[in-house]
Design a binder for this molecule. Structure first.
Ligand code: ARG
Length: 596
């Protein structure tokens, strides 16, 4: 038999089997296994209490019947207790912890044990998805960082992941940019070419502003911009070439930021990709009766939902084709769902997008449900992973002093500069080039981690001092713990996870050793909770607690002792702590360091 990786899942199974033996009505019984507070053992299950209530049984008697039927030995339990009105507390055998430590010594062992969870499923993660012709700003941070962490976490759990950057590369703004581009070409070609050669995305962003303000002030320019847009939409080669150029420089600039954040997309299928796919959507939506014509537009009402019902006080239908016949955000998103279903055979599609787009996704998903039901297709699980706003220390959305959006590029540079000062102070002995790398990893990692460690639905305050601090639930604290473990192995001239050393380990004994081993096996629970909620802050919190438990162990128990068996078992705990911390940080999208 292979070693148990996820004890809570095994307990859940065991409790269900015991419930069958005890004659419970399984339809009413959910074991509800969770990690317990340390003084109560390893896990607790509250499900028998809820069951007893529903089945009108005595809760303690129900708990006793369950415990009597539980195969404690196969579940590697040292102790099962009935507490209070009928909670169950479980303590694992120390030997079960040791088996776990021996069985999962590498990142790939952890991965293959984890991969049973979502094996065989395809998940599309739609994230980052900025608009072209604009530089990414701080508002784009969260989608990129959270999306990458979620993609890595579900991939680790066995899903095939399609990372899809759904860029906004189509829309009315392109008429204005093309007008301004042609105007600049005619009036100051040399300046335009020089700017496009050195900072192309900045130049297109500037041209957009020029086009916008000029068109606002001059109706003739507005008209000319509209004409450029129509030419673009009807496939005029010159305008298509300019538009392509804009897309290319935008994606190249985005990629520089993605490189810092460890992001590689599998697909960059922007809104324009769906241009030729929307007409079929209109036809199906009309034919199935999901959509209807209204004042020239194509709209969808959801009468069962008071907010989107046609009977609402101010009806607010989902417009899927504008009155002028043009496609919009909703039409492309519908075509995108169909494409993800047919091309990727997606089981799930996650949209990592600002929570202020909640209404859009609610209407989109309701519409897709009806459309897929009417056409006999199997709808993927669709979920909007909404996130809050990044606030400045004044409690308002983070901006520069002059009230402008902060460029993501500048923000990550500042993070690196600040981390550099810290590294220069603390580790002047490390060579210059390595210090630069450390600063980038600590700086960028701090920004990523500060974002991920917050519950994504909440707003959070961006505070440099707190973020780059070596204390508290921060990247620097965890990266430092990792570096310290590496240095411990270097000092002892040992290799983490060396089987020749570890095979000499004696059984765990001290309270600190046992506490650390218990925390290590909870890695599976942290993953599970993160996947169930699609909220990476649970993984962050676990890693932070693990680092704290390790510190307590390290203070209490000396590793480099004479006795080779004690030394071996403590080295094994150090190696697994290092492994789980590094694996966890990599899942969050951070890079780790061997020294800092
Ligand atoms: N480009 C959009 C924006 O900047 C985000 C797109 C999100 N993805 C989607 N399939 N709607 O707001």
């Amino acid at each position: 038999m292979s070693a148990c990786f996820h004890f809570a899942a095994a307990l859940d199974q065991g409790l269900k089997a015991a419930a069958t033996t005890a004659g419970f009505d399984l339809a009413l019984f959910d074991p509800d296994v969770r990690v317990a507070a340390a003084q109560h053992g390893d896990f607790q299950a509250n499900g028998s209490l809820a069951y007893a209530k529903q089945a009108k049984q005595n809760p303690r008697a129900a708990a006793q019947a369950l415990v009597a039927a539980l195969p404690s030995e196969t579940l590697a339990l040292a102790k099962v207790e009935i507490a209070g009105p009928g909670f169950l507390n479980f303590t694992l055998l120390p030997s079960a912890l040791e088996t776990w430590l021996a069985a999962f010594p590498t990142e790939s062992a952890l991965r293959s044990a984890s991969s049973a969870t979502l094996a065989g499923q395809t998940w599309v993660v739609d994230y980052s998805s900025p608009n072209t012709a604009k530089q990414m700003h701080v508002g784009h941070l969260r989608s990129a960082v959270i999306g990458e962490a979620v993609a890595r976490i579900v991939a680790f759990a066995g899903a095939r992941v399609v990372r899809d950057n759904h860029i906004g590369d189509w829309g009315t703004s392109f008429g204005k940019i093309i007008w301004a581009y042609k105007h600049a070409l005619a009036t100051d070609r040399a300046a335009l070419e020089a700017a496009l050669a050195s900072t192309p995305l900045e130049e297109f962003e500037r041209l957009y502003k020029v086009g916008n303000t000029t068109a606002d002030a001059d109706p003739a320019v507005l008209e000319a911009s509209r004409a450029e847009l129509v030419k673009l939409q009807s496939g005029d080669p010159e305008n298509i070439a300019i538009w392509r150029h804009i897309g290319e420089v935008s994606v190249a600039a985005f990629q520089k930021i993605y490189d810092l954040l460890g992001i590689r997309f599998d697909e960059t299928l922007g809104e324009s990709f769906y241009n030729d796919k929307v007409p079929a959507v209109y036809t199906e939506m009309l034919a199935s009766g999901v959509a209807e014509e209204s004042q020239g537009a194509l709209v969808v009402f959801h009468d069962e939902n008071p907010r989107y019902s046609r009977h609402a006080e101010r009806p607010n239908p989902f417009i899927i084709r504008k009155a002028d016949g043009a496609a919009n955000y909703a039409s492309t998103d519908l075509a995108t769902i169909l494409y993800r279903h047919t091309q990727f055979n997606a089981d799930a599609a996650l949209y990592v997008v600002d929570k202020r787009q909640g209404d859009h996704f609610e209407q989109l998903f309701l519409t897709a449900q009806k459309w897929f039901a009417a056409t006999g297709r199997k709808l993927p699980r669709l979920e909007h992973l909404g996130f809050g706003t990044v606030l400045g220390e004044d409690g308002r959305p983070l901006k520069t002093r002059n009230g402008e959006n902060i460029k993501l590029k500048d923000l990550l540079q500042e993070a690196t500069d600040r981390a550099r000062r810290l590294v220069d102070e603390r580790s002047a002995d490390i060579p210059e080039a390595e210090r630069a790398t450390i600063a980038e990893i600590v700086g960028v990692g701090s920004v990523q981690y500060a974002d991920l460690s917050q519950n994504r639905s909440s707003d959070y305050t961006f505070a440099w001092e707190k973020m780059i601090s070596l204390e508290g639930n921060t990247a620097a604290y965890l990266l430092y713990a990792v570096a310290r473990l590496h240095s411990l192995f270097r000092k002892l001239d040992a290799r983490p996870g060396d089987p020749a050393v570890e095979s000499a380990a004696s059984p765990l004994e001290t309270a600190a050793e046992l506490a650390l081993a218990r925390k290590l096996v909870q890695f599976a629970d942290a993953q599970q909770q993160t996947i169930a909620t699609l909220r990476p802050h649970f993984l962050c919190l676990y890693l932070y607690e693990l680092a704290g438990t390790f510190s307590a162990f390290y203070t209490a128990d000396k590793v480099a002792v004479e006795d080779p068996a004690i030394r071996a078992r403590r080295l094994r705990l150090c190696a697994r702590t290092l492994l789980v911390l590094e694996t966890g940080l990599h899942l969050l999208g951070l890079r780790t360091l061997a020294r800092m």
